[in-house]
Design a protein around this ligand. Structure first.
Ligand code: PLP
Length: 370
């Protein structure tokens, strides 16, 4: 049988993409905020229902440049239960990550534990809507106002989601999106910042283009983080189909839930009635004492059948070799516990439901065979 990968990039019909890029053979305008870039920006602003959005070359640089544009100093409170990018964006800005634990329920930052980590060096909070599970936004905003902190949401997993009827990426001082090939909506590589303050927009527009402010003026030590026209064209095409893709993903997720919701020892991602979800990931948390097999055993059983589940998010970022000895992982015990037990199952729009059944049967067999 064919390999089943954890994800598979959404792509438009080839003809549609060719039509979209054809005009570039006339214009010879390939990057630096061309017509495709502008068209995608307008389309996303409307689809995501935000005041302001700027496109970037990838999600990581949206985080990195957002932190730089906010001119932060000192410490940033964040979580280690995330992709490397979140923590690296902080460290690469010369800032110190202060790791807050996550909550047991939906694996986002534990808002009960944020205040005890605030010092006179704290300048911001960088929470992650991990797996598209929306953080406790009200509590985070309350703390931020009380202590005068900025809030940058890593919203890489939340494309198209709403919370209490409002776009998830409209929250915070900034919300950072990723349009990487593996995400729900992709521009091959890409990212964006959604924000409210126009000065922030000015800063981001400069920083993504080397800090160049005018023909003879370079005001910031920027990077090259512009989205090129081929990526923008891919985004324009994918945006036309994203609602169909979400519908298909929903069916896959529903099938997983039918198969796995009654299995003792397997916890499924919680459903939040205030959130319109995007079905981005299907993480399960396996309690080996109840289920009878460990996460690693289930991972191997799937792997032996050419099914690539992923241990997202393991290891925790505060245990990476590059940070050796810097952070104390015992301070984030819940994150450590979950990271050793979580497994993210294959999920993409065109995953056949018969494959979902097969994946679930292999998981159930792990329990039987013990
Ligand atoms: C994908 C991802 C990023 C980085 O996005 P890229 O577009 O790959 O640079 C950042 N944070 C999280 C949580 C992600 O999943």
């Amino acid at each position: 049988m064919d390999n089943i990968l954890v994800t598979r990039s959404s792509m438009p019909p080839l003809e549609e993409y060719i039509n979209e890029i054809k005009p570039m053979w006339e214009s010879h305008w390939l990057t630096n905020m061309g017509v495709k870039h502008e068209e995608l920006k307008v389309g996303l602003k409307e689809y995501l229902n935000v005041d302001n959005i700027e496109l970037l070359v990838n999600g990581h640089l949206s985080l990195e440049l957002a932190l730089q544009a906010l001119n932060l100093q000192g410490e940033v409170i964040t979580t280690p239960f995330t992709f490397a990018s979140t923590t690296h964006a902080i460290v690469r800005n010369g800032l110190t990550p202060v790791f807050c634990d996550i909550n047991q329920n939906n694996y986002t930052i534990d808002v009960e534990k944020i205040e005890s980590l605030i010092t006179d060096r704290t300048s911001a909070i960088l929470p992650v809507h991990v797996y598209g599970n929306v953080c406790n936004i009200e509590a985070i905003e309350h703390i931020a106002i009380k202590y005068g902190l900025k809030v940058i949401f890593d919203a890489a997993h939340t494309f198209g989601e709403t919370y209490k009827g409002k776009s998830v990426v409209s929250y915070g001082d900034v919300s950072c999106l990723s349009f990487h090939a593996t995400k729900v909506f992709n521009t091959i590589e890409g990212g964006a910042v959604c924000f409210h303050d126009e000065h922030f927009g000015d800063a981001i527009r400069d920083l993504r283009n080397f800090g160049i402010h005018g023909p003879e003026s370079v005001e910031g030590v920027g990077a090259n983080a512009k989205m090129n026209e081929f990526c923008a064209a891919m985004g324009i095409c994918n945006l036309r189909h994203v609602d169909e893709e979400l519908d298909k993903r929903k069916k896959v997720v529903e099938r997983y839930r039918e198969n796995l919701s009654d299995i003792e020892g397997i916890k499924l991602n919680p459903v939040n009635p205030d959130v319109k979800p995007n079905f981005a990931y299907f993480p399960i948390v396996i309690d080996e004492k109840i289920f009878g097999a460990t996460r690693n055993e289930v991972f191997s059983a799937l792997n032996n059948n050419n099914i690539n589940a992923r241990k997202y998010f393991y290891p925790l970022t505060n245990t990476f070799e590059c940070f050796h000895g810097k952070y104390d992982v015992t301070k984030t015990p819940v994150a450590l516990h979950i990271s050793k037990r979580v497994l993210t199952l294959p999920l993409y729009a065109d995953l056949p439901l018969s494959d979902v059944d097969r994946i679930c049967d292999i998981i159930k067999d792990c329990k039987m065979n013990k």
